[in-house]
Design a protein around this ligand. Structure first.
Ligand code: NOJ
Ligand code: CA
Length: 583
C-alpha cells in the first residue's frame, strides 16, 4: 500500500493478525505543545476567511451567566472572548438570543430584530461584534427561517381572523369533513403537525411544536419581512447566519399524505417519511434568493446550513448550481451514526470530497441537539471518554473543510442527562420520556473552573445542573495539563492554522482497512498523515521504507507510538504526523 506519491509504503494490519507484540497502553504524547498564542488564520483572500476558519457554536443559555440569574447571557460570552480567541475560533455561531417565550429555548422567535432581555440587549450584541472583531472572532447568528413563535405579532394577527392581512403569513387549511386535520403529516416533536384554532376554525401547520407555526414562504410579504430581518443584523456587523431547519421551509401545496411505515416514533405516532413536507425544490430557489438579495451585498458574509441530508449527493445541492446558495451546508450525517467505523467514515467523507467540487465542505460532530461525542459510543476497555473526545476532535480538525465545534467538546464534556422527568427542561424530553429524554444532557453549563457552578456563574442555580466532573474537567485545569483534551484540541487547531498541508487536499489511504481510518492531507509541498484507530482492538501500521523513504515527524498523538517501523495504535488511538521527504 502506497501513501502519497510513493513517499513510503504502509500496510495496516490488525495486531491480532500480525506477529507484532502489542505495545503496552500508550499515554498521549504531545509532540507539538499547544501554542501560548494561537497563530493567525492563514487565509489570504479575506472574503474566504471561513475556509481555513473554525466556527465555534455557543449556546448562550449555557455558556456563561454574567448577572448570576442562572441563565447564560451575551455579556457572559463577551467576558470569555479571550478564551474563544485562544482556542483559535474564527467565528462564533450564537444560537437564538432573540425575544422568545422559550418554548424551544429560543427557536421560537417572537421578534427577529431584538434581543430577549434574559440574554441582554441589542447593545450587548453590538459589543460582542465589536470586541470579537478586535480579536479576529466574527459573530454569526441563528436565523430561524421555518417558523416563528406563536406569540410573534405576525401570528397573533394571523390567527385573529381569516381575513387579517397577516393570515397568509402562515399555513392555514380547513379541517376534513369529519373535523380531523387536513392530512396525516406528523410533527417531529410529537403528534399531528396541525393544530386547530378554535376562533377561526382552521388548522395551522407546524413541523415542530404547536408554539412554532410554520411561515408561508410562498407569500412574497414573508420573504420581504424575513430578508429585512436578516439584513438588519448584517448592517450591525454580524457576519452571517446559521440557517435553522432549512429543509422544512416549504411543503407540498397539495398536502399529499406522507407514506406511513411500521412502528411508532418516540411519541407513539406511526412512523412516516416526511417526504411531502420537507426538502421541496423551492427551498433551493429561496435560499439562492437570500444569498443574492441579502448576503452577497455584504462582502465576506456567509450562510451555514442546518442541512440534514441522507448523503453527499443530496448535500451538494445546497451549494447551488453556481455556488450561489450556501457557502457551508454542514455535513451532519456523522453526528447521527450509531457507531463510527473506518469503512463507513471513509465512504462518507470520500462522498463529500468527490461531490463537493467547487463548494467548500463543512463538518460537525456535535451540536445542541445531539448527545456529546464523549457519551455517544461504547468506551473500549482501557480507554476513556477522553479518548473518544480526542479521536473525534482529531477527525473534525484534520478534515478538509470548516469544522463547526460545539462548546465544551474541546474539554471532553460528557452528557449529564436528567434522571427524573420532573427535572427535564426540554419539551421533547417531557413529551417523550422515558424513551426520549430530550436534549438537556448536552446543554449543561460550560465548565470554566473548579469553583461552585463551574465558574458558569457565582449566583443562582444554573438552569441545568453542572456535570459532576466539573472540578477536574474545566478550562482552567485542562489549560494547565498538557495531556488534557483541551491541550490536544489546541495543538490540532494550531496545526490546522499553520501547516500548509492542512490547507490542501484530502485523500483516503489504505482503503480496505476495517480498523484504522487513514488519510493524508497534502498542500504546499507537504503531507500530513492521519491514522485513527476506531476499533475496540489495537492495530499496527507497519511503515515500509523505499529508496525515497521519508520519515514521520509526529505532530499530535494519543494512545499511539511509532516502534521499529510500525505505528502501534491502541483502541481509539490517534497518530498525526508529517511525512518529511529525505532531501
Ligand atoms: C433545529 C435546532 O437546532 C433545534 O434546537 C430546534 O429545536 C429545531 N431546529 C426547531 O427550530
Ligand atoms: Ca444571566
Amino acid at each position: 500500500m502506497r501513501l502519497g506519491r510513493g513517499l513510503f509504503r504502509a500496510t495496516l494490519l490488525a495486531a491480532a493478525a500480525t506477529s507484532v507484540a502489542p505495545a503496552p497502553a500508550i499515554a498521549q504524547a504531545m509532540l507539538q505543545p499547544p501554542p501560548k498564542t494561537m497563530p493567525a488564520n492563514p487565509t489570504v483572500n479575506h472574503n474566504d476567511w471561513y475556509k481555513n476558519g473554525i466556527i465555534y457554536e455557543v449556546y448562550p443559555r449555557s455558556f456563561a451567566d454574567s448577572n448570576n440569574d442562572g441563565i447564560g447571557d451575551i455579556q457572559g460570552i463577551v467576558k470569555h472572548l479571550d478564551y474563544i480567541q485562544s482556542l483559535g475560533a474564527d467565528a462564533i455561531w450564537m444560537t437564538p438570543m432573540f425575544p422568545s417565550p422559550q418554548a424551544d429555548f429560543g427557536y421560537d422567535v417572537s421578534d427577529y430584530d431584538n434581543v430577549d432581555p434574559q440574554f441582554g440587549t441589542v447593545a450587548d450584541v453590538d459589543q460582542l461584534v465589536a470586541q470579537g472583531k478586535g480579536r479576529g472572532v466574527k459573530v454569526l447568528l441563528d436565523f430561524v427561517v421555518n417558523h416563528t413563535s406563536d406569540q410573534h405579532p405576525w401570528f397573533l394577527q394571523s390567527k385573529s381572523s381569516r381575513t387579517n392581512p397577516y393570515r397568509d403569513y402562515y399555513v392555514w387549511r380547513d379541517p376534513k369533513a369529519d373535523g380531523s386535520p387536513p392530512n396525516n403529516w406528523a410533527s417531529i416533536f410529537g403528534g399531528s403537525a396541525w393544530t386547530l384554532d378554535p376562533t377561526t376554525k382552521q388548522y395551522y401547520y407546524h413541523f415542530f411544536y404547536p408554539q412554532q407555526p410554520d411561515l408561508n414562504w410562498r407569500n412574497p410579504k414573508v420573504e420581504k419581512a424575513m430578508f429585512d430581518a436578516a439584513e438588519w443584523w448584517l448592517k450591525r456587523g454580524v457576519y452571517g447566519y446559521r440557517l435553522d431547519a432549512v429543509d422544512t421551509m416549504f411543503e407540498r401545496a397539495d398536502l399529499k399524505n406522507n407514506t406511513v411505515y411500521p412502528g411508532v416514533d418516540a411519541f407513539g405516532v406511526p412512523n412516516q417519511d416526511h417526504v411531502n413536507n420537507s426538502k421541496q425544490p423551492e427551498v433551493h430557489t429561496e435560499l439562492q434568493r437570500l444569498r443574492q438579495m441579502v448576503i452577497d451585498k455584504y462582502p465576506g458574509r456567509i450562510l451555514v446550513g442546518e442541512t440534514w441530508t441522507s448523503d453527499a449527493q443530496e448535500l451538494v445541492q445546497y451549494y447551488g448550481p453556481r455556488n450561489n446558495e450556501l457557502q457551508l451546508p454542514m455535513f451532519l450525517n456523522l453526528i447521527s451514526l450509531p457507531a463510527l467505523t473506518a469503512p463507513d467514515l471513509r465512504q462518507r467523507i470520500t462522498g463529500v470530497e468527490t461531490n463537493s467540487v467547487g463548494g467548500w465542505p463543512s463538518f460537525a460532530l456535535s451540536n445542541h441537539d445531539s448527545r456529546r461525542a464523549a457519551s455517544r459510543y461504547p468506551v473500549p476497555p482501557g480507554a476513556s471518554t477522553d479518548d473518544w473526545s480526542k479521536i473525534t476532535g482529531a477527525l473534525l480538525l484534520t478534515l478538509r473543510g470548516t469544522p463547526v465545534l460545539y462548546y465544551g467538546e474541546e474539554l471532553g464534556m460528557v452528557n449529564n442527562d436528567p434522571q427524573r422527568i420532573e427535572d427535564v427542561q426540554d419539551v421533547i424530553g417531557k413529551k417523550g420520556w422515558p424513551k426520549e429524554k430530550g436534549r438537556d444532557g448536552e446543554r449543561t453549563p460550560m465548565q470554566w473552573d473548579a469553583s461552585a457552578n463551574a465558574g458558569f456563574n457565582a449566583g443562582a442555580k444554573p438552569w441545568l445542573p453542572v456535570a459532576p466532573d466539573y472540578r477536574t474537567r474545566n478550562v482552567a485545569a485542562e489549560s494547565a495539563d498538557p495531556h488534557s483534551v483541551l491541550s490536544f484540541y489546541r495543538t490540532l487547531i494550531a496545526l490546522r492554522r499553520t501547516h500548509p498541508a492542512m490547507s490542501g487536499d484530502w485523500k483516503a489511504v489504505d482503503t480496505d482497512d476495517r480498523q484504522v481510518l487513514a488519510y493524508q492531507r497534502s498542500g504546499g509541498g507537504k503531507t500530513v498523515l492521519v491514522l485513527l484507530n476506531l476499533d475496540a482492538k489495537p492495530a499496527d501500521v507497519p511503515i515500509e521504507k523505499t529508496e525515497t523513504m521519508d520519515v514521520l515527524q509526529p505532530l499530535a498523538i494519543n494512545r499511539a507510538l511509532l516502534i521499529s517501523g510500525s505505528v502501534h495504535l491502541d483502541p481509539l488511538g490517534v497518530y498525526v504526523a508529517e511525512v518529511t521527504p529525505i532531501p
